[in-house]
Write a protein that binds this ligand. Structure first.
Ligand code: ADP
Length: 936
């Protein structure tokens, strides 16, 4: 195929070379050759230039289209070469194909070129580029001019200018800056400017600069430059502005400093002037203050004097008004002038009601005044008229007059006063009036009455003390009895008189003397002490006493001994000791008990647990104390426990099983015996439980239950097995029996005597086995095919069994008697089997004489007792139990036939009905079988 294609392409056979078209005219052929060759050469050179150009201008857009142009031009050039070639070689297929390729490339280039035109139009033209260039050139010139202007401006600026980078390194300072700061330009560069600042200001300037930079605020500050040589100090006001870069951060600072040294000097001068002025003002103020102070003192003195005067008047009034005494002043003729507040309060009059009147007429008892007048008249030997004169007669004579009087209140009530009357004189010694001061002595009179009463009571008390049941004594400071009542003395075995003067240690057990001495010390401090001690009687015997020692003082509060109250507490002590011993005993019992004891209060909080209880749950007693009962069980048990506590609250005692949780989270089964402790109103005070750990028993119970279940299942399986086995064994056995019998019948004559004997053995063995299997089947059916328990007539059962046994009965001529039988709840067919087995045995195990069997029944509590007695060979009591075991026989088959299943069946039947079976017998004396059937 490819070969064919190549053949076609290179095929020249029938075509004529192109030169023939030009008739091989040399000039025409030459013309075409030359023009086509030149075109081809030109076409090949153009792509070379293009490729060179784009390789140099990597940024040139539309590179692909240039490549396409190059391909298109080369292919065009090649078509012209082919024009020359086909002049002699007519390979028109190749030539056509090349044209086709050229056409494809040119068409594709044209197609690609169309969408590129709008894009190409957006490119900047050389003219536009020229314009841009010119603008930029202009800008550069302008900037240079501006920069020059700024340079000039900066240099000529009256203020110092500086330029620093973002970290404060100085990049530029102008001439003025250097002049002001006293630093050279190169000294200021970098951090040099900072060194030129006065050392006292550096720290501050740095802080202010830093703060301004942080907050992007303009920096403003006043500080001093000292320069590097430290000679010139100039004050400057500096300000700087941060220039923010494109990233939003400060990229540099431009700032100025202004020389403010002169302003600062003026300010300093002003400050000094101000200080001088302030000092002068202060001096002047101090002088004024001194004068003022003197003046103030003078004023204060005068004010004080005035106040003293006022105070004196006030004091006078205060005394008059606040005194507890009635103070009444009168004119010389007795007319009342002043009537103080106490007088107003005590007598119930206002000053307006009494001022201007004469006292005796208002507040005194005329009778009392009359009596006093008489007494006074006698004393003075002058007639004193009842009236004002009675009160002032003595004072008038210069004699102190102080007497008890009775004042009458406005409401008519009376009270006693101690009235003292004094005469008031003027400067010439003339009486100008009288002053009566009265003291209310109601309390004193009452106190005197009380004192008398108290004295009487004391006398009564002393008498009572002497007769008191309790022992009372009084001891002096040396510890000797001063006073002893009868009870005290008799308790100690003395008469009261014998004990007076006796020292107390003689009445105390020697072992308690020291203790009492310290109690005595305590009493001296606290005033009273109570103590128990052993006393010694006169006869040397001991007794227990309770002593209360009370410190005694005289009327001036000086310690003068103590009182001692004594109670004989021998009986109480003995009871207490006995109680303590008993409590100890019970505590020991409770503490050492093997059973747990748990007491909870009315809120179910643990009030007490003994050691055994705590140990049972794996806690210590302390850990359990105070914790709720419900803390020691899981969630399911809680409701039951709450109900239990509620029943305790109702006063109900109970015994029950309960499951607790040990500290380790294990279940523990307990048997609780709980009872509440109630108060008189029947409210539960606490609940006490005796707790037995029955976890092991529970486990055993559970195991037993499991075991019983297992046994039951295994029994059922065994029964099933026995039934199936005995049933399935019958078939092969029947075959053995039949074929052995056939063998016997057919070959009996032909075989020898031994063979006949063997055949007989086989027949006998097979029929025995059949019997055994039948019995076994019957035994196993008892469990599996038992009928419903319903009322069954025992008479009928006995009759049926007799009927079944009639051949055996007839054979042995047995005599069987039967009383009237009851109706019981039973499976009647099994009852027949039961009687039949017992009767059959009675007939079978007879002696030579006639078997005599007796059947009877009697009602007992909750059951019927049946008995089947015979007069047979009897049973050794040793085997009374064994005979009920399956296959167990007491005799060989030769003696008595049988399989040993009969009684086992009887036992099974009786037990299935819920009864018991046993035998009572003596060897050779017959046997009586008993069985019971419960009454349902
Ligand atoms: P079997 O009668 O087939 O031997 P049983 O279970 O009925 O089996 O009795 C078991 C054994 O109890 C008898 O072999 C016999 O020794 C003894 N026995 C039973 N009944 C009597 C009876 N009435 N008097 C004496 N022995 C008896």
């Amino acid at each position: 195929m490819i070969w064919n294609l190549l053949n076609n392409l290179l095929f020249t056979g029938n075509y004529i070379p192109h030169g023939y078209c030009y008739l091989w005219q040399p000039e025409l052929v030459a013309l075409h050759i030359v023009s086509d060759s030149i075109i081809a050469l030109a076409y090949y050179s153009i792509p070379l230039s293009l490729i060179y150009f784009i390789s140099k201008r990597k940024d040139l857009p539309f590179r692909n289209i240039v490549w396409l142009f190059a391909a298109f031009i080369i292919s065009s050039g090649t078509t012209h070469i082919m024009e020359v070639w086909t002049l002699w070689h007519p390979v028109y297929w190749i030539s056509g194909c090349l044209k086709m390729i050229t056409a494809a490339i040119s068409a594709y280039t044209a197609f690609i070129l169309i969408p590129l035109v709008p894009q190409a139009l957006t490119l900047v033209s050389p003219t536009q580029l020229g314009m841009i260039d010119r603008i930029l050139q202009q800008e550069i010139i302008e900037r240079r001019e501006t920069e020059a202007r700024y340079q000039t401006l900066t240099e000529a600026s009256p203020v110092g200018i500086f330029y620093a980078d973002a970290v404060g390194d100085c990049l530029y300072v102008n001439e003025r800056w250097c002049q002001i700061s006293g630093m050279a330009c190169d000294e200021a560069l970098g951090k040099g400017w900072f060194q030129g600042i006065h050392p006292d200001d550096r720290q501050r300037v740095f802080a202010e600069w830093y703060s301004a930079a942080q907050q992007k605020l303009p920096f403003k500050s006043e500080y001093r430059f000292q320069g590097i040589d430290r000679t010139q100090i100039s004050w400057v006001f500096a300000q700087a502005v941060g220039q923010i870069g494109e990233n939003g951060k400060v990229k540099s600072y431009v700032g100025t400093i202004t020389d403010i040294t002169e302003r600062k000097l003026v300010e300093e001068e002003n400050r000094l002037l101000n200080e001088t002025l302030e000092r002068r003002v202060a001096d002047r103020t101090a002088q004024i203050e001194i004068s003022n102070h003197k003046l103030q003192k003078e004023i204060a003195y005068r004010e004080k004097t005035a106040i003293t005067l006022l105070e004196l008047t006030q004091l006078q009034n205060a005394i008059l008004n606040s005194a507890n005494y009635t103070i009444i002043s009168t004119e010389a003729d007795g007319t009342i002038k002043t009537f103080n507040r106490a007088a107003q309060q005590l007598l119930g009059y206002s000053p307006e009601e009494v001022v201007g009147k004469v006292t005796p007429a208002i507040i005194h008892d005329p009778l009392e005044v009359g009596k006093r007048a008489e007494v006074l008249s006698q004393e003075l030997g002058v007639k004193i008229e009842p009236g004002m004169e009675v009160f002032v007669a003595l004072a008038r004579r210069g004699i102190a007059d102080e007497n008890e009087w009775t004042y009458i209140r406005k409401d008519g009530s009376r009270f006693p006063v101690q009235l003292s009357v004094t005469a008031l004189f003027d400067t010439e010694g003339n009486i100008t009036g009288f002053l009566g001061i009265g003291q209310d002595i109601s309390d004193a009179v009452a106190a005197a009455t009380q004192r008398k009463q108290a004295e009487k009571e004391l006398r009564d008390l002393t008498a009572a003390m002497q007769n008191a049941v309790e022992g009372i004594s009084r001891l002096d400071i040396d510890g000797r009895y001063v006073n002893v009542n009868r009870a005290y003395a008799h308790t100690c075995g003395y008469e009261p008189e014998e004990m007076v003067g006796m020292e107390w240690p003689l009445t105390v057990h020697p072992g308690d003397v020291e203790m009492l001495l310290s109690a005595y010390q305590e009493m001296l401090i606290s005033g009273k002490v109570e103590v128990e001690a052993r006393g010694v009687r006169k006869n040397g015997s001991f007794f227990h006493k309770q002593l209360t020692m009370v410190k005694a003082c005289d009327a001036h509060g000086i310690f003068n001994g103590h009182h001692c109250f004594m109670k004989d507490i021998t009986d109480r002590k003995l009871t207490e000791t006995a109680l303590q011993e008993s409590e100890f005993k019970y505590k020991q019992i409770v503490e050492l008990a093997e059973e747990g004891i748990w007491v909870i209060d009315s809120n179910a909080l643990t009030a007490y647990v003994n050691h055994a209880m705590a140990r049972m749950l794996g806690y210590s007693e302390l850990e359990m104390f105070g914790r709720p009962l419900f803390d020691f069980m899981d969630e399911q048990q809680k409701q039951q426990a709450i109900d239990n506590v509620d029943r305790r609250k109702q006063g109900i005692s109970e015994k029950h099983e309960f499951k607790f949780k040990t500290k380790e989270g294990k279940d523990i089964w307990t048997y609780l015996s709980t009872s509440p402790v109630l108060d008189e109103q029947g409210n539960m005070l606490s609940s006490c439980a005796l707790v037995y750990n029955i976890t092991d028993r529970k486990k055993v119970e559970e195991q037993l239950l499991q075991l019983t279940e297992d046994l039951k299942r295994s029994n059922e399986e065994l029964e099933q097995f026995a039934y199936v086995a005995s049933h399935d064994l019958q078939e092969p056995l029947r075959a053995i029996t039949s074929y052995t019998q056939l063998l016997a019948q057919r070959y009996q004559e032909n075989l020898d005597e031994k063979a006949d004997k063997y055949i007989n053995y086989i027949v006998d063995g097979a029929s025995r086995m059949q019997q055994l299997i039948n019995d076994l089947l019957a035994y196993s059916r008892l469990g599996t095919q038992g009928k419903k328990i319903e009322p069954a007539d025992c008479n009928a059962a006995v009759q049926q069994s007799l009927c079944n046994l009639k051949i055996a009965i007839a054979e042995k001529k047995a005599v069987i008697t039967c009383e009237s039988m009851p109706t019981v709840m039973a499976d009647e067919s099994q009852l027949v089997q039961l009687f039949q087995n017992l009767l059959a045995n009675g007939i079978k195990f007879c002696r030579e004489d006639i078997p005599f069997i007796e059947i009877a029944a009697q009602r007992q509590e909750g059951e019927w007792l049946f008995c089947v007695g015979d007069n047979g060979i009897g049973i050794d009591p040793e085997y009374a139990d064994r005979i009920f075991i399956i296959f167990c026989r007491l005799h060989s088959r030769r003696e008595y036939s049988g399989t040993g299943i009969g009684l086992a069946m009887c036992k099974r039947i009786v037990e299935r009905h819920g009864g018991r079976i046993w035998v009572e017998s003596q060897e050779g004396k017959g046997a009586t079988f008993y069985f019971t059937i419960p009454i349902l």
